[in-house]
Design a protein around this ligand. Structure first.
Ligand code: ZN
Length: 302
């Protein structure tokens, strides 16, 4: 049973939107592509864990604290006899394992050590359970699940699952019978209540309303969209089409995400979208998808 779904982080959504609306630096673009790949890998893993049979609690994307340190676990799978703490790495391409570190094969770039991260989160998770007087056995595993990942000189270590081993790893977990009782429920509840909001807005580039591009941008290729007919917008680049109402709502959500302190009104969203629809069209979209506060001229939406 999935108790906590994974959603795209606010930082990822902000960066994606800013990528269409301003020039990101190379390192910001790199950060964005890492976030995208990380999310894609986690979703791929979720598809497998969703198929697990028997009684299990699954909590995705957890940020916890122990010993005054934060630690993150991509997936916690609670089964009868064990808690699986899974860290998913969606590395693509050829890598080399040397002296306990991972390097890219192409240019020898040293990666942030995922094994150290795993050891650290395993230590802190056990500490967390002790602090909360919870007595459970934890197994921490690092799962590399990109089908095009190769690790040369990979260590023989059961806590590391390579792409060719992922299915077997899941099948082995699936083969263990599991009946959950109140103790597991209590554990899951404590985990859910202590989960922290991990949004790290400090990693976003500085931006202002005046400084970024206005308009409705294509979801797929980030180019500007124009009106096609009464009902649809079309992307000038990829030809993708989107219903006008949908595009207005999507843009209004971007506006709220990037500028939470600004109020959403028909006027502000007209200025934000910069597409020549009638104010009635904007008004209707807002009325249908947001909650109106106040009446007459001063109405705004939340
Ligand atoms: Zn497009």
């Amino acid at each position: 049973m999935n108790l906590k779904e994974r959603t795209e982080s606010a930082v990822l959504r902000c960066l994606r939107s800013l990528n269409a609306r301003m020039e990101l630096s190379e390192s910001e673009k790199f950060y964005l592509s890492n976030l995208e790949a990380g999310f894609e890998g986690e979703v791929a893993f979720d598809k497998l864990s969703a198929k697990l049979k028997e009684e299990r609690y699954i909590l995705n994307d957890m940020l916890l604290e122990a010993n005054r340190s934060d630690f993150q676990i991509d997936s916690i799978i609670i089964s009868e006899g064990i808690i699986d703490a899974i860290d998913v790495k969606y590395f693509k391409g050829d890598y080399v394992w040397k002296d306990g570190e991972i390097y890219t094969r192409q240019n020898g770039y040293k990666c942030k050590n995922p094994f150290e991260q795993l050891k650290r989160s395993n230590y802190l998770f056990n500490q967390y359970l002790r602090e909360n007087k919870l007595n459970f056995l934890v197994r921490s595993t690092l799962v590399f699940n990109h089908p095009e990942f190769t690790l040369y000189n990979a260590p023989e270590d059961d806590s590391i699952i390579l792409p060719t081993q992922v299915n077997r790893f899941m099948a082995e977990m699936d083969s263990r019978p599991s009946k959950l009782h109140d103790g597991h429920k209590k554990l899951a509840n404590i985990l859910l209540t202590s989960n922290k909001d991990g949004s790290n807005y400090s990693k976003l580039p500085a931006y202002t309303y005046e400084g970024i591009k206005k308009g409705i941008f294509c979801e797929k290729c980030l180019c500007k969209m124009n009106t096609l007919n009464k009902y649809f917008l079309i992307c000038g680049n990829c030809g993708g089409q989107e219903r006008i109402e949908n595009a207005i709502v999507r843009s209004a959500n971007e506006f709220k995400l990037l500028f939470p302190q600004r109020i959403l009104t028909t006027q502000s969203i007209m200025d934000w979208c910069q597409v020549n629809f009638s104010s009635r069209t904007y008004l209707r979209a807002l009325q249908r998808h947001f909650k109106a506060v106040g009446k007459t001229k001063n109405t705004y939406y939340v």
